[in-house]
Design a protein around this ligand. Structure first.
Ligand SMILES: [Ca+2]
Ligand SMILES: [Ca+2]
Length: 422
């Protein structure tokens, strides 16, 4: 089945709007009567599908494979992520579900990092739902002329329009050749500009296909809040193949980024009021035995490490072993954050001090100006100021003006500095 956008005639659109308004009015009055009616009626049922998902901390098995997934090209699975491409030139890699997914509605959550030392990176990362696994090819490391949909995280600005990094949705019925030179803009069904490279926290994409609408939500990786999603784009009336493989691919070019995927979680969505189908049948015995063995090995290894740890650190009791270690990425980010926090605190402190100095300087100026003006008035009225400080005698006037001018210019300088720090 091909991807297509259903175009409705204008008359239908008017009817739809009228129907929508009527429904809305009816719904409102109904809601008024049945106050407190649950909104959960509108929320689809969501079930996690482990056979089409992966995540750490034990993502890859000891033989380097990912349960229920295959990986190709330069992809390197490890315990807590899959490096789809390392940051080397001209790399391509991908991961694909072993089996086809045939859910009518679904939601995929992808957590990833695209990181590189360059101000610009390349080429990008793609999330796929296609009728066959695009194991290798020129479209972000996967095959061209795909049948299905691709959501592309395009880092490199091929057409030089300064509109990358960007996220675009491109559908294909198997005939389209991807327009790389224009960053796919001539074929995009939906797009949004988001800089997803080098973020302090992993970036998250939530791709939902529900009732023929594909929605892309993005968590831009600025906060640790996993649910901090923003709307990116939506494609209505989108028909995608009834069955397909999920995949993630990436490629580098002359410029290169690390493209790391920390997790891919798939959920089956079921319309409210409909019974979700029973979970899929048991996994084959062969695979089950393999996972069981893997699990036992892991358990033994863990017990051994716990024992060793407790022998070496008899004073640390009951602390989970995972919490005592951090990955290289975690450590780098923690160090950067600690450094930035210290700088931030220093700047705040400096800002406070500047504000105090400014305040004090302003008070001096106002006192001196007052005294001078008093002195001027006294001089005019012929009263020689016995009460004025010696500083303000006539021969000091010139010096006072110089002091005021000096303090005023300091104030102006300090104000500018303060603005700069803020
Ligand atoms: Ca591009
Ligand atoms: Ca571009």
């Amino acid at each position: 089945m091909a991807v297509s956008i259903v175009r409705r005639p204008v008359a239908n659109a008017v009817m739809l709007i009228l129907t929508f308004l009527a429904t809305l009015l009816f719904h409102r009055s109904f809601a008024d009567i049945a106050a407190g009616a649950s909104t959960s009626e509108e929320t689809p049922h969501r079930r996690f599908e482990y056979k089409y998902s992966f995540k750490g901390p034990h993502l890859a098995q000891t033989d380097g494979s990912i349960p229920f997934w295959i990986h190709t090209g330069n992809a390197i699975p490890s315990a807590d992520q899959v490096r789809i491409t390392p940051s080397l030139r001209s790399q391509r890699g991908s991961v694909w579900t072993k089996n086809k997914v045939n859910f009518e509605h679904w939601e995929a959550e992808v957590t990833f990092r695209v990181s590189g030392r360059g101000r610009m990176g390349a080429d990008g990362l793609a999330v796929w739902f296609t009728t066959s696994q695009g194991l290798d090819g020129p479209v972000y490391g996967a095959a061209d002329r795909w049948n299905g949909v691709g959501v592309f995280f395009d880092s490199f600005d091929n057409d030089g329009k300064k509109n990358n990094p960007a996220i675009i949705v491109v559908g294909n019925n198997g005939n389209l050749v991807y327009d790389h030179q224009n960053d796919g803009t001539t074929q995009a069904l939906g797009t949004c500009l988001r800089d997803f490279r080098n973020k302090p926290y992993p970036v998250r994409a939530k791709i939902t296909y529900y009732k023929q609408t594909l929605t892309v939500m993005i968590n831009n990786g600025f906060t640790p809040d996993k649910e901090d999603y923003e709307f990116c784009t939506k494609v209505d009336n989108m028909v995608i193949p009834a069955e397909g493989f999920f995949g993630i691919s990436a490629a580098t070019g002359g410029l290169a980024d690390d493209h790391d995927v920390l997790s891919f979680l798939l959920f089956r969505l079921t319309e409210p009021g409909q019974q979700p189908p029973p979970p899929e049948s048991e996994i084959p015995k062969e695979e089950k035995d393999k996972y069981q063995e893997e699990f036992q090995n892991f358990q033994q290894e863990l017990d051994k490490k716990k024992e060793e740890f407790q022998k070496e650190h008899p004073d640390v009791q009951g602390e989970p072993i995972e919490d005592l270690y951090e990955s290289v990425n975690d450590r780098e980010i923690r160090q950067v954050f600690e450094g930035q926090n210290r700088i931030h605190l220093e700047i705040k402190q400096l800002h406070r001090q500047l504000a105090m100095i400014l305040d004090e300087q302003r008070r001096y100026v106002s006192v001196i100006t007052d005294e001078i003006s008093k002195k001027g008035t006294n001089a005019e009225s012929g009263q020689v100021g016995m009460s004025l400080p010696k500083l303000f005698t006539a021969h000091n006037d010139n010096r006072n003006r110089i002091i005021i001018s000096f303090i005023s210019s300091s104030i102006s300088l300090l104000t500018q500095t303060k603005r700069f720090w803020v």
